[in-house]
Design a protein around this ligand. Structure first.
Ligand code: PMP
Length: 421
């Protein structure tokens, strides 16, 4: 497998783009492959190597790459112009459909990324409650804005310290953290800070260290304790929204938060983010209220058109049931492989999310940190050599799409068997 052109391009790129990339996780060492095109389940690099893609742009492409119906929707929008700076009928339609599927969402605002969605959701929750602090889960990822870029505390839950240079500690002093799946820690934290606590934000299934699943009853307990203490509960469903079910993890687990953030799938692969929630909270957003939020590209017509097309396909083709079945099949086959090879590894996942943890079953971030991260990276390269593109980090989820064929699944399982050995 030659990667000459990618290597050469990287030499140029690293002088122009930090690490040669536009987002850190793409910086595969010693250099990433640069993509020429992608279609269905396959992604092709500029040297002509083709990979079966289980990374799928880190989540949005639940129908695979360049799905014909989504492409048609985007093309048809392009014919009519692609950015107006005015409201459109289509964004009202999409808002209506989302609100119909998510009981937590009476009203919503479109933004352009998941990062903006969680940033604005937290601002709205703070504006609504008049309180400053919020709790997040250790290791939970909610995008790259200041308040949520806080590293996990060292075992003990601590007040947030920024995880990046350039963020004054003052900006994260209101960020509190608790471990996932630990209702006692959450209850204690809420009690301790209730005077000034606006919100609790979490990924209902942790996708950015996993997938790490909520233990039986955890989300229901979370709902109960936040409700009792008037803490705004925000589900960050940027990954799980439209993936676990049309109504996301909240439908799947039957737990309704006060606010929800969405992204990825709902833009059909075009940039999008959504934050929505109870009417009394979202009505506080400008111009109807005094929580300021705005964006040139918000409600972008191409993103909205692509989103509507994806929702159509997801609904009409009963996609989630099929993906659940494929996911179960893959997880069970991987479990057999791990057991045949006598490895102390753990197969995790739900619906179309799957992953092998190179270690024991994790319940939270600290558990995931104990996994063999270097071993995973070596395995990643072997998979790439076998023509399989999985996320390059132990901390990212593999995704299945409707574009994966039975042959793709057989190939990936065979590659797991060979390369784990
Ligand atoms: N929240 C979650 C749960 C995410 O997984 C991500 C991105 N991986 C974000 C927020 C940020 O989304 P974006 O990259 O679109 O800003």
């Amino acid at each position: 497998m030659s990667l000459d052109k990618s290597r050469e391009l990287y030499q140029k790129a690293r002088n122009l783009l930090p690490g040669g990339v536009s987002s850190p996780v793409r910086a595969i060492k010693p250099y990433p492959f640069y993509t020429r095109s992608a279609n269905g389940s396959k992604i092709t690099d500029i040297d002509g190597n083709e990979y079966i893609d289980f990374c799928l742009a880190y989540g949005p492409n639940i129908l695979g790459h360049a799905h014909p119906q989504v492409k048609e929707a985007i093309n048809s929008q392009l014919e009519k112009g692609w950015l107006y700076g005015t409201p459109t009928e289509a964004e009202v339609d999409l808002a209506d459909r989302i609100a119909g599927m998510y009981p937590s969402i009476d009203m919503l605002r479109f933004v352009s990324t998941g990062t903006e969605a969680t940033m604005s959701a937290l601002r709205a929750a703070r504006g609504f409650t008049g309180k400053n602090k919020f709790i997040k889960i250790e290791g939970g990822f909610h995008g790259a804005h200041d308040a949520v870029l806080v590293k996990a505390g060292s075992g003990a839950t601590t007040l947030g310290k920024p995880d990046s240079l350039g963020i004054p500690e003052d900006f994260t002093k209101h960020t509190l953290q608790v471990p996932f799946n630990d209702i006692e820690a959450l209850t204690d934290m809420i009690e301790k800070y209730s005077d000034d606590l606006a919100a609790f934000i979490l990924e209902p299934v942790m996708g950015n260290i996993g997938p790490v699943l909520p233990e039986e009853g955890y989300l229901k307990e979370v709902r109960k304790v936040t409700e009792e203490n008037d803490v705004v509960l925000i589900f960050d469903e940027v990954i799980t929204g439209f993936r676990l079910a049309m109504g996301g993890a909240q439908e799947y687990y039957g737990v309704t938060p006060d606010m929800t953030t969405l992204g990825k799938i709902v833009g059909g692969g075009m940039p999008i983010g959504v934050f929505g929630g109870k009417k009394e909270i979202i009505e506080m957003v400008a111009p109807s209220g005094s929580v300021y939020q705005a964006g040139t590209f918000s409600g972008s017509p191409t993103s909205v058109a692509a989103g509507l097309a994806v929702l159509d396909v997801l609904e009409k083709e009963n996609v989630h049931k099929k993906l659940d079945e494929t996911g179960n099949k893959v997880r069970s086959a991987l479990t057999d492989i791990v057991s045949d090879l006598n490895l102390d590894y753990t197969v995790s996942g739900i619906s179309s999310m799957f992953k092998i943890f190179f270690g024991d079953k994790p319940l939270d971030y600290q558990d995931v940190l104990k996994c063999d991260k270097e071993g995973y990276v070596k395995f990643f390269y072997k998979m790439l050599d076998s023509g399989i593109f999985i996320p390059p980090s132990q901390f990212e989820t593999n995704f299945l799409s409707t574009a994966h064929t039975e042959e793709d699944i057989e190939k990936v399982l065979e590659a797991y068997r060979t390369n784990l050995r």
